[in-house]
Design a protein around this ligand. Sequence first.
Ligand code: AMP
Ligand code: TRP
Length: 332
Amino acid sequence: MGIILSGVQPTGNLTLGNYLGAIRNWVTMQSHNTCFFCIVDLHALTVPQDPKKLKMQTREVAAAYIASGINPSLSTIFIQSNISAHTELSWFLSCFTPMGWLNRMIQFKEKSGKNRESSVLGLYAYPVLQAADILLYKATDVPVGEDQKQHVELARDIAGAFNRAYEKEIFPLPEPQILGEATRVMSLRDGTKKMSKSDPSEFSRIHLRDDADTIAQKIKKAKTDPDPLPEDPKLLTERPEAFNLVNIYSALSNQSLESVCHQFAGAQFSTFKPALADLVVSIIAPIGLEIERLMNHEDELDGILKKGNDHAREVAEKTLHEVQKTIGILRV
Ligand code: AMP
Ligand code: TRP
């Protein structure tokens, strides 16, 4: 039994990659852990956001969590910005974070690129806010994609630095849990690129809200090669697009790559693609419909978020007060 915390940014339509690489894995953790899942809207603000869209996309991520099987009576679903303790703890932690540690963050280097001087402070300080998200709930395990491993390790280092400074075990040291590694979903247009919300091509990804026809069409148009499927999945290593489709089938059907290859050995993509489309539709279309339903029932959705916020706030404020007391903040 551990304390789990994770989050997704409300920056656009969630994809099959988000589902298989992140959200689906959280669902199985709920029964034997204390789970907190947030919508990290403050992190989304590190790049420009349209106010109306941000609001809508925040609800959409919450709806996607619930539609994918995150159960609000087992897990706490909440909006990061609604709990002011996140930004407050972030400040305290930033006073324990050497700039040298932040200078090593790969994501900042990638996102700032050549424009380091004009990059905003928020983008640079982003991992400290992420550490606050994790440490406020004293999370022990943080399920994330491979790209976030370095940020969770930084949260661990910051927790250690704080504990050492006051010779007190205030924060447990959180561990990254890289669950999505086996199910890294790649672009349907280029098997060497990650399926991403921000890819300019709609045909590169499957959205959780795509309807059955759209899903089928995207799979039909997915890039492949002229060879039939092999009996041995090892023969797919040089065929990234073919591997990706087999991998998606394997993940969604909870079968090994071996067993999928065995089942389709010798089949052409004209046979495999319709089978894959049926499978994706059978799992994703109901999730899409439930997202749609929740988006049309804002009161129900906001009610769940409010309940989650209230519980998260209670836990977060307790930790914040403990930190304030430790630091020597006078509260009158
Ligand atoms: P992002 O969409 O980058 O904000 O990521 C949200 C979560 O989904 C993170 O835990 C990512 O690691 C995961 N994720 C995003 N895209 C993919 C993908 N194509 N395959 C697997 N996991 C992904
Ligand atoms: N930075 C993460 C991402 O871009 C999102 C995130 C913010 C997060 N706070 C977190 C993930 C805390 C896990 C735990 O995907």
